[in-house]
Design a protein around this ligand. Structure first.
Ligand SMILES: Cc1ncc(COP(=O)(O)O)c(C=O)c1O
Length: 398
């Protein structure tokens, strides 16, 4: 992208990031090695979960979660239509069926009452995938209470919300993805996300057995842990062992049908270095949101916006406006590359082929008519933000 274009989101790469990657390139490990382990440990600490498993990307994280939770063909899972395709596609990868629930038009998040209605009438539903859309935290405690009533698991899609939180019934801050309420949570390190690793994903959980299952599924279903071996030592060595206490160093077992969803040490080095700046980046995102909020307060063309919400991680700053199409094009003419998040997933041809149609989710469809994500990233300068604000106001007010 040319340096004059102001995109809706962008990574910030520092010299420290470049040094971290260079150091790894000179080390003995390129694929999964010590940097992956260090990234997992630091990320779990940042989020406040017991365990973290680094994987190739956020989509792989979602897929592995569905596998670890034993999602079977024909079982149903609920998610929101206002999300990236991967939040739903992971269910299809396992042969499951996706059910959508409408959004709350005030928060743009999946509406818990719509989810409850689905659960009341369909006993084949086994899980819920709420999404902390745009960086706004879902009240995971409320979802956990609901999920427990119907014996469902929860995967929290926190791709937009590292550093975000909600406040629970005991007045405690609960970080997105901390595993207190959801069984599993996932994050993405795609360049527009808070922590950019080029590609990359992370699964967080407080459940030891799920954690151990994920470690194996991430790497072909193979384990090298002798405590978990299932074959006899005779079969493993293909002859009678001299010493029954010693497994040969070459030996490993493929016990499940897993995948190669590993993250490389190169990506992990970048992720780890970026993580150090995560709080600083989040602070800047909140400042940007505050300034947008002040600038658009009381403007007639605004129908809704992300607002200033405690615990919001501001992956996106969304406006709902009149003539969104006109504004989008006008901003492009002025080299401001806003974006639309999202075209409702149930209206994608693939999901229409599964039976969903226009009119199924009025709040999501109405939101889509008006929404536009305007530039939001830590590297956005004051001058650039002023230009974005002025350009939007000029479009409407002349
Ligand atoms: C909400 C959401 N879920 C899942 C994903 C998938 O992440 P990745 O691109 O790392 O596969 C994304 C990425 O854009 C996302 O925004």
């Amino acid at each position: 992208m040319s340096k004059n274009i102001i995109p809706y989101g962008k990574q910030s790469i520092s010299q420290a990031d470049i040094d971290a990657v260079t150091e790894t390139l000179k080390s003995d490990f390129l694929t999964q090695g010590p940097k992956v382990k260090a990234f997992e440990t630091a990320f779990a600490e940042y989020i406040g979960s017991k365990y973290a498993v680094a994987v190739a990307n956020g989509t792989a994280a979602l897929h592995l979660n569905c596998l670890a939770l034993n999602l079977k063909a024909g079982q149903k899972v609920i998610t929101t239509p206002i999300t990236f395709a991967a939040s739903a596609n992971c269910v299809k990868y396992c042969g499951g069926e996706v059910l959508f629930a409408d959004i709350d038009p005030k928060t743009y998040l999946i509406d818990i009452d719509s989810v409850r209605k689905l659960l009341e009438k369909d006993s084949d539903i086994v899980g819920i995938i709420p999404v902390d859309f745009a960086g706004r935290a879902v009240d995971m405690e409320a979802f956990k209470n609901l999920a427990d009533q119907y014996n469902c698991w929860i995967i929290e899609d926190s791709c937009h919300s590292p550093g975000g939180y909600f406040v629970d019934a005991n007045d405690q801050k609960q970080n997105c993805g901390n595993g207190q309420f959801a069984d599993l949570a996932i994050f993405s390190f795609h360049p527009v996300k808070h922590i950019a690793a080029g590609e990359g994903g992370m699964i967080t959980t407080n459940d030891k057995s799920l954690y151990e299952k994920l470690l194996i599924l991430r790497t072909h279903g193979i384990t090298k842990d002798s405590d978990q071996f299932q074959n006899s030592m005779e079969l493993a060595i293909a002859q009678s062992p001299d010493d029954n206490s010693q497994w040969p160093a070459w030996y490993m077992e493929m016990q499940e049908l897993g995948y190669n969803y590993r993250l490389s040490d190169i990506h992990a080095a970048l992720g780890l270095s970026q993580l150090e700046k995560a709080d600083q980046g989040l602070k800047k995102r909140i400042e940007i949101a505050k300034k947008y909020n002040e600038a658009f307060e009381g403007q007639d063309f605004i129908k809704g916006h992300s607002g200033l919400v405690d615990g919001h991680a501001y992956h996106l700053y969304v406006l709902e406006v009149d003539d969104r199409y006109g504004l989008f094009n006008y901003l492009r003419e002025h080299d401001i590359y806003a974006q639309i998040h999202y075209i409702p997933l149930h209206l994608m041809p693939y999901y229409q082929s599964q039976g969903w149609k226009q009119g199924d989710f009025p709040h999501a469809e109405n939101y889509y008519k008006n929404c536009i994500s305007i530039p939001m990233y830590p590297g956005l300068t004051d001058e650039e933000q002023n230009f974005v604000i002025e350009t939007i106001k000029t479009f409407y007010n002349g």
